[in-house]
Design a protein. Structure first.
Length: 183
């Protein structure tokens, strides 16, 4: 069963993290998550980037800002959702991911500058992608791949205006609005 996945980004700083948080949201979408929750600074630019990409490349991915992440996560858990916290201090992702039930919504939490200690207790699973510090983007991609079995397929991106046609030596994009190939 494919779980409903919400990726929660803690502690976004508009100036410093603009690019990496946008990449995190795009990675969440491309890997098959349904929803993205931005915490920390309320950065319209990040949310707009994500909705523009969904408008052009399809699917039903949504995003929002939440000022109170802990309240959001407590509510999520109360409603029956499960919380996965990605942290280098957790259990190895390639052994624990199979134990995560997929019949309830999942919130996948990734840190930013400062991760509140309470998250470790609130989480049902603290999951490490290796035990070295690296990036929230790489941790999310590898975890999602393990959880859902690879990157999301085209069925996840219905209604796309732009569709990439794989090609060995160039860029081929179908634009459904103009119904012509562009390269
Ligand atoms: N300064 C933060 C702290 O002390 O917890 C960590 C910052 S790290 C660049 C940002 C986020 O990337 C972490 O909160 C975690 O979600 C994720 N991350 C980094 N390395 C990871 C790993 N080896 N396994 C799982 N997640 C990881």
């Amino acid at each position: 069963m494919r779980p409903e996945v919400t990726v929660v980004r803690l502690g976004h700083r508009q100036q410093r993290d603009k690019r990496i948080t946008s990449h995190l949201g795009l990675t969440a979408r491309a890997m098959g998550a349904n929803h993205f929750v931005l915490c920390g600074d309320d950065d319209e630019g990040v949310l707009e980037t994500l909705s523009d990409v969904t408008e052009n490349f399809g699917g039903s991915f949504t995003s929002e800002h939440q000022a109170k992440p802990m309240g959001f996560l407590r509510h999520f858990a109360k409603q029956g959702g499960r919380i996965v916290h990605l942290t280098m201090y957790g259990e190895a992702y390639d052994s624990v991911t199979n134990d995560i039930p997929t019949d309830a919504p999942l919130a996948v939490v990734v840190g930013g500058a400062k991760v509140p200690g309470e998250i470790y207790k609130l989480a049902d699973y603290n999951v490490a992608v290796g035990h070295q510090p690296h990036s929230e983007v790489s941790a999310l991609a590898l975890f999602m791949s393990e959880l859902l079995g690879g990157v999301a397929g085209p069925e996840q991106f219905t209604g796309a205006r732009l569709e990439v046609r794989p090609h060995p030596s160039g860029k081929v994009v179908i634009d459904r609005k103009t119904d012509s190939d562009s390269s």
